[in-house]
Ligand binder design. Structure first.
Ligand code: BV8
Length: 240
């Protein structure tokens, strides 16, 4: 059966083979800090230099990694898909963006970084978001407001993810939901599969191994994303 309204959710596993560390992999620690304790507004208020260093290092590392076969397979699908295709990523890297820049996505395609982007910064007073490639100081002045400071444009724990209304509308009309490379540990992203099931969508998990939410999916495809993602997309009949 040809699907028309596609929602795909990706997590750190889609970037793992590009060399971007996952969060809950072997250690799940960063310089001895639990990730959940650094990626919070409280940590930023308490120790802005530590939090800025966490993001400065990850931002700088982006220049050393490239999109992999899974990112390119998703970009090809975005170019070929005739229906609506919403790609929601939890990842803050720009690997989907770079792979998509090499194709011409169809008119029904949209990419949403629901947890923000490493290459963007936000003024703490005006909320204005701007592109940011270099390091950010602990008390980085804001170009948008005299009292503002710049913070990473990242959704921290306890903060509302971005574009949730848009995502909810796409899930409510999805006929195919695919989750790729996520542990299903973080909400609200981990709950998207239930919204898709409620809409009657076919739900597929593609991951290295069954995630915490594996039982919620109608199908599971397991193995490295650079192999499983291109192979799975080959099996998808394209809407006319
Ligand atoms: C919210 C940006 C509510 C940061 C991230 C107390 C107070 C408030 C909220 C909560 C609370 N307690 C719990 C919550 C909810 C909380 C939450 O879910 N916590 C968890 C830890 C229990 N969620 C939130 O706080 C969210 N906000 O709830 O707001 C609210 C309501 C009203 C008003 C205001 C607020 C915000 C969550 C967003 C946090 N920010 N990222 C940064 O990146 O620095 S989350 C972070 O985890 C990343 O975005 C990451 O993408 C995401 C999920 O991790 P995964 O992507 O799944 O990565 P992981 O390492 O876990 O797994 C990788 C998977 O890949 C594995 O399964 C592995 O098997 C697989 N894999 C590995 N290699 C491969 C592979 N697969 C295929 N191929 C391979 N080669």
């Amino acid at each position: 059966m040809a699907h028309r309204n596609l929602v795909i959710l990706t997590g750190a596993g889609v970037s793992a083979e590009s060399g971007v560390p996952t969060f809950r992999g072997a250690d799940g620690l960063w310089e001895g800090h639990r990730f959940e304790n650094v990626a919070t507004p409280q940590a930023f208020a308490r120790d802005p230099a530590l939090v800025q260093r966490f993001y400065n290092l990850r931002r700088a590392a982006l220049s050393t990694v490239q999109p992999n076969a899974a990112h390119h397979a998703l970009a090809r699908l975005a170019a070929e898909w005739k229906g609506d295709f919403l790609l929601v990523t939890q990842n803050v890297d720009d690997l989907h963006d770079r792979a998509l820049a090499e194709v011409t996505p169809g008119p029904g395609f949209e990419l949403i970084h629901m947890h923000g982007e490493l290459l963007k910064a936000r003024c703490t007073v005006s909320g204005v978001v701007s592109k940011w490639r270099g390091d950010m100081a602990a008390d980085e002045p804001s170009p948008d407001h005299p009292e503002g400071r710049m913070r990473p444009h990242i959704v921290w724990f306890g903060e509302m993810p971005l574009s949730m209304d848009r995502i909810g509308r796409a899930l409510a009309k999805a006929d195919l939901f695919v989750s790729i490379g996520t542990s299903g540990a973080v909400y609200p992203a981990a709950g998207f599969v239930q919204e898709a099931r409620f809409a009657g969508a076919r739900t597929v998990e593609i991951n290295l191994e069954p995630s915490l939410g594996a039982s919620l999916f109608s199908e599971g495809v397991y193995g490295p994303a650079t192999e499983t993602v291109p192979a799975f997309f080959e099996t998808l009949s394209r809407p006319a």
